[in-house]
Each structure stands twice: as structure tokens, then as C-alpha cells.
Design a protein around this ligand. Sequence first.
Ligand SMILES: [Zn+2]
Length: 313
Amino acid sequence: MIIPRNALLMILIVAISVVVAACAGDLEPPADGEVTVITTTYPLTFLSEKIGGDRITINQLAKPGVEAHDFEPAPSDIRAISNSDLFIYNHPAFESWALSAAASAASADGDNSPTVTVQTINLELAGENHGGHAEDHSTFDAHVWLNPLEAQEQADRILSAFIEVDPEGAQIYTRNADGLDVELQALDDLIGKQIARCELDSVVVSHLAFGHMAERYGFSQIGLAGLSPEFESGPAQIAGVIGKMNELGISHIMQEPNVSDRLAETVAAETGAKLLTLHPLEVRTSEQASNGIDYLEIMKSNAGALQAALRCS
Ligand SMILES: [Zn+2]
């Protein structure tokens, strides 16, 4: 039998359509929570939850209430990373253990879960990273999430990573990320307005976590400790902080949850300053976690505390 050319073409087109339809039928979305994500700290969890919705399951390594800078992974955490689809951390300046943990996890399961460093690229740091020298992370401020606009950049990277590990969810992830973007933009506007006109331009903080926020909203931080709470200032530096408080008329000390109150209380007693809470959001307190108090709400409380401490109108 001779089949006319046009008819043959029709058969081909129909055959292709059937194959496409069969594939589309196979593209069932993953069951809820099928994509497993490991995060190190709370802001990454928050951004991931917002973007991933119920397509993903998240396991945050540093639990509520701990001092996140001190966290080190247990063997069970390495196993969890190895069994996950995606491991998200901030920066080696914060999680110095992350790269080696990811490497151990990859060698344990052999399938190399993608690892995403969700960190705004610091051009200065990138410029220094050449010639095989180890990067010096001791002076790098990894707390970028305290500026909502930099949190947006973290969210962009999380979105790309989710689409990479679960391309079928791209539309949902993108739509969720667009919604998150609007919320972060609104948060930035709100904080900007709240601390626009202030009598003071410096706050005393328990550790120097707020550099990215301070730069965005135009204030300075004076730290009782350094970039990590463990680098507590010595008596000479503390005397310097007290001197600055007197000189600048600072009457509040911004204390943070999850670290010892001792130093802040001592300085408050010495100067008559009041204690307020400014949350670095590395991990939530256990109470905040169980009550579902999220990044946006804690950032709004932070803005209120800054408004009082900086005496903004
Ligand atoms: Zn910190």
C-alpha cells in the first residue's frame, strides 16, 4: 500500500501528540513535601518556606533557641544533608563547617545533592579570593538577611535552586517568590519610614550583626561583642562603649535573645541604660517558633526597637 505523503505527515504529527500527551500525563507534581531541603538558619528556612510552599519539606539544622554561630553538625546532620535534595547555607563566614559537611554528605550518598550558598556576593571579598590563598572570613559580615533587599537577593538564589532540583514546580515557585518579593519590599518601605527622622544615629548592640541593616537605613552600630557573640569585648573596649554612650547620649542597649544577658545587663547597670530587644534572626527563640512568629514580624519589632533607641519621630 502506498500512503500519500500528506497522510504520512498526519500520522507522524498524531504519533508525536500522543507521546507528548503521555509525557504530560506522567508529569504528576511531587507529593506534598517530596522535595527535601536542609537549611542552616532561620532566614533561609523562612525564604524557602515562602517559595517552596507545600512542595518542599524543610529541616533546619540550628534549632530554635541555640546560639547559631556556635552550631556544629552532628553525624545525624551530615546524614540528613546526604539524604536531601538541596542543602542551603549562608556563607563560610557564618557556617565555617558547611563546605566540609556538604563534601562528607556527598561522599556518603554519592549522588551529590546540590549545595547552594545563599549569600549576596561581596565583590571586595571575591576580589581577594585569588592565587589559592584561603579567604579571611573573620571580618566579613554574613548577616545580609537583616536588610530586606538583600534577603530578596537570597530569595532569588533559593528560587533558582528550587527550579533546578524540581523543574516541574517552576511556575508555583516563581509565583510564590513574586509574592515574597512584594512582602520584602513592603517591609523595607515600612522600616525606612519608621527610622527616617531620628535624634540619634548610633545604637549599642550585643553583637555586630546589624551592619547590612545599618547601612540600608542610615545608622551605626556599636558592639558589645564582634561579628560573632563569642568575640566579647575586653574591659578596655567596654569602657570605650560606655564612653561613647555618654558622649552621644545613647540611653538604650539592644539585647538579643539566645545569648547570655550578662554583659548587656552589666553595661546597662553601669550607665543607667534601658535594655531593648533587637533580634539578629539567626534562629528564632523556641517561643517564637512554636507561636509561628515569622521573619516579617520579628523585623517589624526590630524596627520598633530601633525607633525607640534612635529616638525617631
Ligand atoms: Zn551573628
